[in-house]
Ligand binder design. Sequence first.
Ligand SMILES: [Zn+2]
Length: 283
Amino acid sequence: MAWFSKEKKLKTREGKPAGPPPAEGTGVWYQCEACSEVSTRAEFEKAWNVCPRCGQHDALPVRRRLELVLDPGTFEELDAELAPADPLGFSDSRRYRDRLRSTYKATGLRDALVSGTGAIAGQPVSVGVFAFEFMGGSMGSVVGEKVARLFDRATERTIPALVFSSSGGARMQEGIFSLMQMAKTSAAIHRFRAVRKPFVSVLLHPTTGGVAASFAWLGDVVVAEPKALIGFAGPRVIEQTIREKLPPGFQRSEFLLEHGMIDAIVPRHELRDRLAQLLGLLG
Ligand SMILES: [Zn+2]
């Protein structure tokens, strides 16, 4: 099952192991992994980490994502104090406790979700953004709690909810505690339905495992960025299980749109306007 797959094996694009993205502003040049063309880093960052030559969408750090979609100065981070525990005393190649400590040092994040409130085109929204660089955006107790609180806050304040997901799935180092977050977040959405406000779910590259299989796909509107890998189990696991070759582009945004699994593909430079439009219509 995908949510048990080892974190080490989690791939981002074309066999590159997932890891923290290079620090912003390092180096003058940027070489695109998709088209191999070179552009200046300034040009690339100005385009919100989209390749100016071929339109390849690279990972965008959480803070930049919030800058991209929210009205300037409106973001208020909440639940930032929640930090993960180690309920199982888990250890694989390293102790979970040590892994958490070094990831915190490297990213400055306590866990894989940043959440709070903000506004888009003047409309208040309860918002959360996954940080894939924090243990593959995996959902443990803290991420699950923060997602649930995000929906509870939207329910209390009667405002729309917005989540940007990029995750390898449940956090296997927390065992059953991480799996429980699937039910917990889905239940929070159920409570949120009572206020009849929209939940817009934005699926980023990659959104898989327990996150895709719970709240991320329960959006009233589900949009994705171009060419994002979205699914439950990875293609290799599925091929081994059904013993068939999968069609080209399987589990990518374009394939999913064609098969009615998502509502729209929105390029990053249109994201803010499209979200404002959606919230205006449904909010
Ligand atoms: Zn490119």
